[in-house]
Design a protein around this ligand. Sequence first.
Ligand code: HEC
Ligand code: HEC
Length: 360
Amino acid sequence: MKGEQGMQRVLSKVAIVVVAVFAVTSGCALLEDERTAKGRKLYNHYCMHCHGESGQQQEGFNWGRMPDPRPRDLSESEAMSTFSDKEIFDTISRDMRDTTLQEVLDDENYFAVSTMPTFKYTLSEEELWAVVGYVRTLHGGSLTFDVEGRKAELESQFKAVEAAHDQAKQAMDDALAKQEAEEAARAEAEEEAEEDDEDMDMEDDEDDLEDYDEDEEEIVLPEEEAYEKVAEQFEAAKSALENFTKRPKMTQIARPDLTVTEPERVALEEKGKSLYYDKYGCNGCHSIGDVGGLVGPALDRAGFRLNDTWVYRWVRYPQGMKKHTRMPNLGLDDQDARAVTAYLETLRAPKPDKPIPPPE
Ligand code: HEC
Ligand code: HEC
């Protein structure tokens, strides 16, 4: 009797464990499927034109139009499995760098192909991991990076910094209140002293005031400095956590004043041309004449067709003007956007001849 009960107990424990393990693994599998499906959707929208539907070369309509090095075969397991999840993540989420600089090309830790665009400024971190997971399936693999763990890490980092931030703020407020009270007491004491001092003449009075002002400016409490530092960390942790689930958002780009002197303009155009090809790889997606990609419109006549203020705002923040455009935000700063805009203004190819209408 005793033995049988013990056995039953063991069996029911086993059953609980089996059910629990099943629930956990199928829960994960569900999450993973959802993530892969999301990754496929994003890949088809942002990557397929260059990399092909199944990741093979020559498959995407833009593949043959790109300059060397053309996209490698993402379905090729032997080479692709040598990259870690994090390495693939870094390739699609980085800052574009000027490939005319030798130190950029020499940096083995950095992926420097200008025509592979960055998605750092376009997608959320969660979406980027979903894309990496989908890329893995193209060569028969799966994502091993712990995405949920990464989110938990960002959350706990944020909570820790938030606590430190609140503490530092309290300390600063206390210190400021104390300082204020001390100053009030000192002012009161000085007033009393002045009233007592019958002989004081105007000049002395002015000197005193000057000294007092100088002293005032210099006082920065250590608590204020400490708070400023923590506040910076707080903002960084907050935006890291926000960027995990939300796409990066910029404030609307203000209309720039693009007037420059003639020599400045010539230098800008030259710099812009170099940035167009060697840093941002715009030619991977846009054509000028017979060369360049077909993902975006041809830019031969951009100088005639497009207003420079509009171009500046577009290249800095395409998503601000058209939410789901296939053109990623490549992270151009003000200076680079001015230069690229100046270059596009020089593109003034003649109108193509009207095609001869077919005979009736
Ligand atoms: C404008 C065309 C273009 C688009 C769009 C594009 N890529 Fe690429 N990609 C390239 C080029 C060019 C390379 C460099 C050659 C190479 O190594 O494959 C590259 C390389 C890669 C690599 C290989 C990295 C390595 O270390 O060699 C991966 C992975 C990749 N891209 C993923 C993506 C993903 C994911 C997307 C969409 C979110 C995407 N690419 C969008 C052109 C593109
Ligand atoms: C991954 C491909 C891709 C890259 C890289 C890219 N673009 Fe685009 N671009 C597009 C697409 C697609 C459009 C069409 C926008 C739309 O309607 O969604 C576009 C539109 C434009 C337009 C408006 C053209 C018109 O006639 O309306 C300009 C200007 C432009 N891009 C400039 C640039 C510049 C400059 C760069 C480099 C800094 C660049 N693009 C990089 C894909 C790309």
